[in-house]
Design a protein around this ligand. Structure first.
Ligand SMILES: Nc1ncnc2c1ncn2[C@@H]1O[C@H](COP(=O)(O)OP(=O)(O)O)[C@@H](O)[C@H]1O
Ligand SMILES: O=c1ccn([C@@H]2O[C@H](COP(=O)(O)O)[C@@H](O)[C@H]2O)c(=O)[nH]1
Length: 205
């Protein structure tokens, strides 16, 4: 089993890079775990209270649960991955059964910030796009798919996204084995990572 961690600031293109990496891998050989599934359950709060949470701080994430799930996979067991709703700012109550596969990809803004999880990765990747690019992408995406408006995204960017990025996300670049520049689509880097995955899988077989 090869466990790969892919971090990087919001809107840098993590999900896009993961989709590109897995597009040529057989479906039964790879599983994807999103850090978003591990935001703490906040069912005890009202929607209004949940919108005020700082979702870019490490304390917003249930890293313990994520570690325990990765350990289940390493032991050859499946687990139930929570499904998260960005509209509700909460877990939906549904889960997806996630099975151990040859390649496990864990992606999220803060996944290189936790030392225990970091140690579980065979390959650590940081996806980099400039902050203006990321803000533009985040604006477009959040308005189109996450039920936000211009005012809300810009306000969150200034109050939490930018300071949390500088304090907790950008510094984790130093732990990365590979940094992928994604100011534009980077098919060469994706090819390189795919061949590293192939090589490592063959070594482990
Ligand atoms: N290299 C790129 N160039 C232009 N747009 C991109 C690029 N990578 C991703 N996007 C777009 O930016 C938005 C955010 O990308 P996404 O992969 O969801 O980022 P992340 O998962 O890091 O938040 C999406 O709408 C996606 O289509
Ligand atoms: O309820 C929520 C939870 C998180 N967010 C924002 O999502 C991004 C992380 O997701 P990416 O796909 O990496 O962009 C993070 O910056 C949080 O601010 C949210 O808006 N609502």
């Amino acid at each position: 089993m090869l466990i790969i961690g892919i971090a990087g600031g919001t809107g840098c293109g993590k999900t896009t890079v993961v989709d590109q990496i897995v597009s040529e891998l057989p479906e039964d050989e790879v599983c994807i775990i999103s850090q978003d599934s591990y935001y703490h359950d906040t069912s005890h709060l009202t929607l209004d209270e949940r919108t005020k949470i700082n979702f870019d701080h490490p304390q917003a994430i249930d890293f313990e649960l994520l570690v325990s799930h990765l350990k289940e996979l390493r032991a050859g067991n499946s687990f139930e991955q929570p499904v998260y709703s960005f509209i509700e700012h909460n877990r939906t109550g549904e889960t997806i059964t996630t099975y151990p596969k040859k390649v496990i990809i864990v992606e999220g803004i803060l996944i290189l910030s936790d030392p225990v999880i970091r140690d579980m990765f065979d390959i650590k990747i940081f996806v980099h796009a400039d902050s203006d690019e990321r803000l533009i992408r985040r604006l477009k995406r959040d308005i189109a798919t996450r039920g936000r408006d211009l005012e809300e995204v810009l306000n969150r960017y200034q109050t939490t996204l930018k300071p949390m990025h500088q304090q907790f996300i950008e510094p984790t670049k130093e732990y990365a084995d590979i940094i992928i520049p994604t100011n534009k689509y980077n098919t060469v880097a994706v090819e390189v990572i795919r061949s590293i995955i192939d090589h490592k899988i063959r070594l482990k077989e």
